[in-house]
Structures are given as C-alpha cells and as structure tokens.
Design a protein around this ligand. Sequence first.
Ligand code: SAH
Ligand code: SF4
Ligand code: F3S
Length: 445
Amino acid sequence: MMEKKVYIETYGCQMNVNDSEVVLSILQDEGYSLTENIEEATLILANTCSIRDNAEQRIWGRIDQFRLQKRTRPEVIIGILGCMAERLKEKLLTKVDLVAGPDSYRSLPSLLRAIAPERPQINVLLSHEETYADIKPVRMDKNGVSAFISIMRGCNNVCSYCVVPYTRGAERSRDPFTIVNEAKDLWSRGYKEVTLLGQNVDSYHWIDKETGKHSTNFAQLLEMVAKISPDLRVRFSTSHPKDISDEVIYTMAMYGNICRHIHLPVQSGSSIMLEKMRRKYNREWYLERVAKIRSVIPDCGITTDVIAGFSGETEQDHQDTLTLMEKVVFDSAFMFAYSERPGTLASKKYPDDIPYEVKTKRLNEIIELQGKMSLKSNEKEIGKTVKVLVEGPSKKNPAELCGRASNNKMCVFPSKGEKAGDYCEVEVVSVTSATLICKRIESYI
Ligand code: SAH
Ligand code: SF4
Ligand code: F3S
C-alpha cells in the first residue's frame, strides 16, 4: 500500500497553528506521517484564514500551486481547512477534494475515506461543544521550547468588522483539567513556555457539568497553569479591553512565571469608531485599563492591534488613534488597513468608504509612529537586567543567542554555549525598535 504522507501549510492566527497540530494528531492515528516536501505528499492541506481579503487572496494563489501537483500525480488529495473553508463552503469544491471547517476535524478520517474522483467531500458544521479537549496535539514547532494550548474556541463578540464569529462559531471553553494536563505533559517533555489561546481569553468560563456549581474563570485557570512549575513560563492571548479583569492583573502580579505581557488590541483611538466597531469600550476605558495594568505591573509589556480606515473614519478619528498610541507607547503593534468582510455587520450597515489612498496614507502614518514608539519603549529597558528564555542562535550572528524577555521583547546576546530552552540573565546595553541588544552579566564570586 502507498505510504500516506501529509503536507500542511498554516495561515492566520496562533489558534490555527494549534489546530493544525490537532489535525496532525487525528491524521497520525489514521496512518499519516508529516512531510515538509509537497512533492511526496499524498494529502496536501492548507489551514486557512479569512480575516482580511489579502489573506484569502494569498491562499487562492497557493491552491492553484497545489493543483499543479495533480498534473503528474492525479491521486493527490487537496484539502482546505479552517476559516476560509467555513466561509466559502461549497464554493471551494470546484478547486479541491476536501473542505473541512474548524469544528469538523474529527470527521477528517471518514471524509478522506469517502473521497473519490468527482466526489469531493465537505463538512462545515459548527459546534457548540467541540473543543478537541481529549486530543493531544502533535507539536510542529521546531525547537521543543514553546507551545500553544487552546483554552477556548469561537467568539461571542460581534465586532462589526470581524468575520471570526462566522467562521469559528459560538464561544465555548475547554475543561480546565485537560488544559492543565496538557501543560504538565509539555513541561515533562522539556517545554519551558506555554501560551494559552482564545479570541477573548478573559471570557474563559468553565462550569463543572456534573455538579453544575464548581466553576473556573480565566484568572483561576492562569493560576492553575502557573503553579505547575515556577520555571514554566505562561503567556496568553488575546485579551479584550472590555473584559480584562483586575483579578487577572493581580494574578499576573502574584506569579513571576506569568509573563509580563498583555496583547490588548485597541483597534482605534476614537470613541466614535469604537462604538461603530461594536467593541463595547471607549477611549477613556481603554486608557484606564492600561493605567491599571501599569499601576499593578509597572514593567508589563503592552502590545496592540490597530485598524486604519474603518467606515466613516474622519481625519480627526485617525488623529485620535495617533494620540492614543503616543499616550500609551505600545511595545509593538500589528497594524492593518480595514478590509470589508462579506457577511459581517459592517458590510451590511456601513459602507467601505475610505479611499484606498487615504487608508494607505493613514496606515503608513500609524506604522511610522509605532516605529518611534517601539524604539522609545525599548530605550526604557537600557541598563535593566532581563531573564531571557533562549530560542536558539541569532539569525544574524551564530555566535549570539536570541530569545524573549518576560515582556516579550526580543533580545540578542553573546553565547556561552547555552541551548534552546535555557534561561539566561543579561543586561540591556543598546536597542533598536525591534530588538534589545544585551551583554552577559559578569558573576561576582
Ligand atoms: N480576538 C482578537 C482579534 C482577532 S483578529 C480581538 O478581539 O482583539 C486579529 C486582528 O485582526 C484584530 O485585532 C483586528 O485588528 C484585525 N482585523 C480583524 N478584522 C479585520 C478587518 N475586517 N479588516 C482589517 N483588520 C481586521
Ligand atoms: Fe473578532 Fe471581535 Fe471576536 Fe476579536 S473579539 S475575534 S475582533 S469578533
Ligand atoms: Fe484568521 Fe480564522 Fe484566526 S479568520 S485570524 S484563522 S480565527
């Protein structure tokens, strides 16, 4: 029998990275092994993202390339997983053999068995329960140091621009004991860092089904994972400004191994835009949350996402975003031009009326300002001692190591032969907008 080999490309967010690991686990049980060589794959998968139109366009291009494999090997199966599968459903069937949405991965073995020439298979049912809690993801990271753990799926917010609630379905939390067990298992296998993932981790909420009483919130879950070992770093993403609680902030402060970093997407600095985006907070609320975080954890890294050119955005709204960025001084940011997504509230109610040139100009101003703010926030680190979890040799200079500080800033420093997964204490001597350049601390005996 022909050996079954799967090739997977993953697009989009960290949750998709983790989903691909769940998919690989399911496929391994079916006799598949992973290959990085598309030419020898019998199954080619793309785990896709729909968040912006350019994300989808890129993937369409890849699908065309995958199809070239069929010219010489017509038996190759091509499958689309993830958010694009969920959004476009049958429309993808003319191009590929398999379409499977984010909640349908358990059915992959039966779908694969049913595929025949001219008989593509599809499952895009969304679920209210599926969390893949019992599936042990097969890790695809290269160095065995850092892993993602999904703690919830879906999203119950209806930010008017966002496609995620439609592609991922309703929010549901995963049994905390399966999360802690997964983290313990990773720790016992030498992993040093876990990142707890959800679209809105602050609304994590588990109620024990048997008693109907005992419940776990996100702060409690964080604590449970942090207690596994003081040497296991715990990160999480994404926090929603409307939901991040004081309890979470205080829990972070209590445990040194919960990393001093919060990804807190602001989207816009204009309360008018935030209202239209249905973010359910305003500029003042956001600034108050930042002030609270910094009053409890002064050295906490804060990063964000910004959207330029949402429907009706005036020059004043745009200026409000710039002034908020100057006020907060984010450590880094992901910055996007608004992309209208079919089916969203905004696509029905609000015209995509900011001309391309204006959107681009505003986005460029935002990017330029963030460059300055990143540098400014990094300059504050000069002279500080930071504990870095080594990721490996620096890309630019193999005699140096790179790794992240607790606040998620990337550090480079001379190697003393440490390897990925070791901790090093170093001192920041100079910075760029992207990196802290550090020296070794001489030990005094
Ligand atoms: N759940 C997270 C965000 C997930 S999507 C949160 O609520 O913050 C990641 C980022 O993509 C968002 O924060 C937003 O900045 C961006 N994004 C989402 N939809 C977009 C759209 N239609 N156009 C441009 N950017 C978008
Ligand atoms: Fe999208 Fe809003 Fe949910 Fe984030 S919170 S995934 S932006 S709907
Ligand atoms: Fe993209 Fe889906 Fe994640 S749209 S950002 S892959 S949840």
